[in-house]
Ligand binder design. Structure first.
Ligand SMILES: [Zn+2]
Length: 208
């Protein structure tokens, strides 16, 4: 493969088995890693199977959880597409005490301005985007300054595809399905300036 070759998303999904690296171990469950600290000082409901199942993080694998599931939780962590469905429910679901973590990812429902506004209208709690890989590995996390998604440049590389603004993703966080320069279909830019939150890590800022 050429060093500067780009892997299109359809190619990656269409030939997923070809990207399997059998020499790499099956990824371990990951930590939720929120801005409220580790371990969380409250109860979190995570609607994805990727996380270590240990109090206070509980996993919900139901695509349509009953309203009671959302009672007395401090953090709701779910894919942006699922949050869009949950916030449209009537009667309104209970708001998490601390806030919401919205998972996005390559090929997943994006967290648009419109969706942010709808979630705010319903729950009125802080909302943080986390861009995660196919095994839940953290590829970028929005900070308390809401100035983009910080990433660890020793493990994750984001770069712009020449001229288009589309971001290409290379991750060493998932060696089971390694892929170099995956076309994400999302336009953005990488910002290296120091962030108001104090983190020295670079960040991705979506531009649409
Ligand atoms: Zn920041």
């Amino acid at each position: 493969m050429l060093a500067d070759a780009v892997v299109e998303l359809a190619e990656f999904f269409g030939a997923h088995a070809d990207f399997l690296n059998p020499a790499a171990a099956i990824p371990e469950p990951v930590a939720l890693e929120t801005c409220w600290g580790e371990p969380l000082p409250g109860r979190a409901l995570a609607c994805r199977p990727w996380f270590r199942i240990a109090s206070p993080v509980e996993i919900c694998m139901d695509d349509a959880p009953a309203p009671a599931v959302f009672e007395d939780i401090d953090v709701l962590a779910a894919p942006a597409g699922m949050l869009a469905e949950l916030c449209a429910r009537t009667p309104k679901l209970a708001a998490p005490e601390f806030g919401i973590v919205a998972f996005t990812g390559v090929g997943q429902t994006p967290l648009t301005r419109d969706l942010r506004d709808r979630l705010w209208d319903v729950w009125r709690v802080p909302l943080f985007e986390q861009f995660r890989g196919f095994q839940g590995e953290l590829l970028g996390a929005e900070c308390e300054a809401f100035a983009g998604l910080h990433f660890d440049p020793t493990l994750v590389q984001w770069e712009q595809r020449g001229g288009s603004g589309e971001l290409l993703l290379t991750s060493l966080r998932n060696l089971r399905h390694p892929v170099w320069r995956l076309a994400t279909g999302r336009a953005g830019r990488v910002v290296e300036d120091e962030c108001d939150c104090g983190s020295p890590r670079p960040r991705v800022v979506w531009t649409e």
